[in-house]
Write a protein that binds this ligand. Structure first.
Ligand SMILES: NC(=O)c1ccc[n+]([C@@H]2O[C@H](COP(=O)([O-])OP(=O)(O)OC[C@H]3O[C@@H](n4cnc5c(N)ncnc54)[C@H](O)[C@@H]3O)[C@@H](O)[C@H]2O)c1
Length: 386
């Protein structure tokens, strides 16, 4: 970052190029841009939104809310006209002339992503927030076009698409593109400090991690029978959390945050997994999700991670991640995404009288999807592909 701040006469596009890495959250997060860099209109970063649903609209808001310099939303793409219209109306109402998307730059259909990206210049930013099935196809095109990317998690739906994505990641590095992914917990100061303390050896060797996202039925993972004259394909895309090809299912979409924060603390990815799940209480729902999931992951050093996921009524609810080391244990997060409540205990008993550290910086009470960057500004650890 020092070389960037001390450089002069550099354009905003060149500057984004110079920071090429995969980092969590907003496409513009973590980039400190000096005032003189973006004085002229020609330096305006153009943003295209591909997938104008709930999170896409929120991510566009994040991008347009940046204080880092002139940014405009200039193109939008979706497969459903009503989704695009709803998103456009909402963004236009809030951001006025920063939303410069005339009819000819509103694209509908399965090639709409290409048309939206074709309207950008090299070094601009594209937001990819469609169902994950389309992510690698769109990321590939963004790399070909030399665009910086913010894309939502999950970025893949299965083994083959994961391998494709890892290869594309290497391509993006070669082009020095900046790529942000919506695992916003990576920007949490409390979790970041916990990670640093674990690296400093405060917990000793981490040998067990536990992650839970067990609650009542999560709406979008429970899909009703198709009705009306919508095609089967468009119905499944509209209800993507219910279909494995489209999203990896609720397992992938909802449990990813807990899996990711545990792997972050362990500073490793598992090398083995064995799991099972059950489907007993689906009633008339036609989606492909289970009611419950359990997975035992093993890391290369033999350490274990236990994951439990569930969507059933009248059961215990918990949305939390923990880790246990040879010298102590820690809460990674305990009440959803925020506040994390991260803290360290001197032994394995997680009681208040055993607490030896908790983060002094006040944590946000709640992460609004439209305020990820403002709530959690400091990226501590870039996402690596170990
Ligand atoms: N970081 C987080 O915690 C978080 C929170 C919410 C959603 N998300 C992620 O964001 C993504 C989108 O989720 P959402 O809740 O906004 O869903 P959504 O259904 O509201 O939005 C998806 C949009 O993509 C459009 N679309 C579908 N296929 C398309 C295609 N081929 N080309 C162009 N547009 C297409 C849909 O019509 C829809 O408007 C998912 O990957 C989801 O997991 C992440």
């Amino acid at each position: 970052m020092e070389s960037i701040e001390s450089s002069s006469g550099i354009s905003r596009r060149e500057l984004l190029k110079a920071t090429g890495t995969i980092a969590a959250a907003s496409a513009l997060a973590g980039v400190v841009i000096p005032q003189h860099v973006y004085a002229g209109e020609t330096n305006t970063i153009q943003v295209a939104l591909v997938g104008a649903g709930g999170r896409g609209t929120g991510a566009a808001e994040n991008a347009l809310s940046t204080k880092l310099g002139p940014v405009k939303l200039t193109a939008m793409a979706d497969v459903f006209p009503d989704k695009l219209k709803g998103s456009f109306d909402s963004l236009k109402g809030k951001f006025k002339e920063m939303v410069d998307v005339p009819e000819e730059r509103k694209f509908i259909g399965f090639d709409a992503y290409k048309q939206a990206m074709d309207s950008l210049k090299k070094g601009d930013v594209v937001i990819l927030t469609t169902p994950p099935a389309f992510r690698w196809v769109q990321f590939k095109y963004a790399i070909e076009r030399g665009l910086n990317v913010f894309m939502e998690k999950p970025v893949t739906v299965d083994g083959p698409s994961t391998r494709k994505m890892l290869a594309l990641y290497e391509e993006s590095l070669k082009k020095n593109l900046k790529v942000g992914v919506g695992l916003m917990c990576r920007h949490c100061e409390a979790r970041g400090e916990l990670f640093n303390r674990i690296k400093d050896g405060e917990l000793g060797e981490l040998n067990l991690l536990r992650a839970y996202r067990v609650s009542g039925p999560t709406g979008s993972a429970f899909v009703n029978k198709k009705q009306g004259d919508i095609s089967e394909l468009m119905y499944q895309i509209r209800n993507f959390h219910g279909f494995l090809w489209a999203s990896g299912g609720g397992f992938s979409d909802f449990l990813i945050h807990n899996i990711d924060e545990c792997c972050w603390m362990k500073d490793a990815w598992p090398v083995e997994a064995k799991g099972y799940g059950g489907r007993h209480y689906r009633g008339e729902y036609v989606d492909q999700n289970f009611d419950s999931y359990t997975v035992e992951y093993t890391f290369a050093d033999g350490a274990k991670m236990i994951l439990e996921g569930r969507g059933m009524i009248n059961c215990q609810n918990e949305f939390a991640s923990y880790c246990h080391g040879s010298k102590g244990s820690a809460v990674i997060s305990q009440s959803g995404h925020a506040p994390s409540g991260a803290r360290i205990f001197k032994g394995q008993k997680m009681t208040e009288d055993q607490v030896v550290w908790r983060c002094k910086t006040p944590e946000p009470i709640h992460i609004s999807w439209n305020g990820i960057t403002s709530c959690m500004p400091s990226a501590r650890t870039p996402l690596t592909t170990k």
